[in-house]
Write a protein that binds this ligand. Structure first.
Ligand SMILES: Nc1nc2c(ncn2[C@@H]2O[C@H](COP(=O)(O)OP(=O)(O)O)[C@@H](O)[C@H]2O)c(=O)[nH]1
Ligand SMILES: [Mg+2]
Length: 366
């Protein structure tokens, strides 16, 4: 019977291998093939590892000054007196009750209305409750429109003690802007919220009340003899994640398809990268006690859209309680998340997984 010629489909070296198989040398041919494939696999894996290590090391060097040795010397400018004011630091004791951190990138259009709503709420609350003190920290992330001017107008109107602007110079990402804002805030409680007013600012009370309840409980477990009078909310570590998970069904029906794709794909990737616990990691409305913020934001590495996932990862590492609380949410036109953000998000999550798992991203016990 005629021996069937093996099909020559591959490159020369492959056909040579196949030929050797047909000549009855099946065993040794199979072994050679396996050996070759193993070598190729090992080579590719090695190249990937070396590449990841090089990138991570470059990242670590570039950002090593972020962690703990933060630029304490950052200067704030008072647009009224034009005097320079020293920026506070998260390692200083709290000077007020609540800080609101607003990252802003090209928000000339959306910022004024959102900021006005925020200021009206804060002023109203302060006039009802004399013990309530607050500040708003706007972080301008290298905007090229009139964001800085809008922010300075508010600083002039409400004074530097109530509202301040940290300019980052060049665009660094939402995560980095929030980190900077957190690092230079004075509150016992620190809330991050978007500049477009997508969340009702009054919802902060929901997060605040739940944080207070959990913090009191944690405090009494930690020190059963302590009285509530001695208790400082900022000293207990708790985080509260605003969530739109309850709106998901309706949102899927109304949101653009790529946003749904982002959301759905994200759940899976987030689960792999940070584990379970928070259903909506990406909501731009999150509150931290000062102690929790100090620990989280002196460690965080990711600078753009996935920093929220790293926050979940770090909360778990530090055993910081995470509360997920439903908030009202309106989709405001003018979003900056686009299809182009997807590769960056995946890249950030891959970096995070490799960074922590290989120990190249160290965890500081701030
Ligand atoms: N710092 C910084 N903030 C950004 C950047 N892009 C968007 N933001 C801010 O992140 C918040 C949410 O942005 P938005 O585009 O509305 O995102 P979405 O609501 O998730 O679609 C707003 O406060 C933006 O100003 C950026 O590159 N850097
Ligand atoms: Mg938005």
């Amino acid at each position: 019977m005629l021996e069937e010629e093996p099909r020559k489909t591959g490159p020369k070296w492959f056909n040579h291998k196949v030929k050797s198989l047909s000549k009855g040398d099946l065993d040794s041919g199979e072994h050679q093939m396996e050996f070759l494939l193993t070598v190729v696999e090992l080579g590719v894996t090695l190249i990937l590892i070396v590449f990841s290590v090089v990138v991570l090391e470059a990242w670590r060097r570039r950002h090593s000054s972020n962690v703990s040795v933060e630029s304490v010397t950052t200067i704030l400018e008072d647009p009224t007196s034009l005097k320079q004011v020293r920026c506070p630091h998260i390692s200083d004791p709290a000077e007020m009750y609540l800080s609101l951190i607003v990252p802003a990138f090209n928000e000339e259009q959306r910022l004024p209305a959102a900021l006005q709503e925020i200021m009206d709420y804060l002023q109203g609350r302060a006039s009802r409750d004399k013990s309530f003190s607050y500040e708003v920290v706007i972080v301008d992330d290298g905007s090229v429109d009139g964001t800085k001017r809008v922010a300075f107008d508010f600083v002039r109107k409400y004074t530097l003690d109530n509202i301040r602007l940290i300019p980052l110079g060049k665009n660094q990402g939402k995560g980095e802007a929030i980190r900077k804002g957190m690092m230079h805030s004075r509150g016992e409680l620190l809330l991050m919220l978007d500049a477009d007013g997508a969340t009702k600012v009054t919802d902060l009370e929901k997060l605040e009340n739940q944080i207070l309840a959990v913090a009191r409980e944690e405090n009494s477990i930690r020190d059963p003899t302590s009285k509530l009078v001695d208790f400082r909310i900022g000293d207990v570590q708790v985080s509260a994640f605003g969530s739109r998970a309850h709106l998901e069904e309706k949102a899927i029906a109304t949101r653009k398809w790529y946003r749904n794709f982002l959301m759905k794909g994200f759940h899976l990737v987030v689960l792999l990268a940070a584990g379970s616990g928070i259903r909506d990691t990406q909501c731009g409305f999150k509150m931290f006690t000062r102690a929790a913020a100090r620990r989280l934001f002196t460690n965080i590495h990711l600078k753009r859209w996935c920093f929220d996932v790293e926050l979940v990862f770090l909360c778990k590492r530090f055993n910081i309680p995470m509360l997920e609380i439903s908030v009202k949410w309106s989709e405001i036109p003018g979003s900056k998340v686009s299809m182009l953000s997807i590769p960056n998000m995946l890249w950030e999550l891959a970096l995070m997984s490799v960074g922590y798992r290989t120990g190249m991203w160290k965890i500081h016990q701030a």
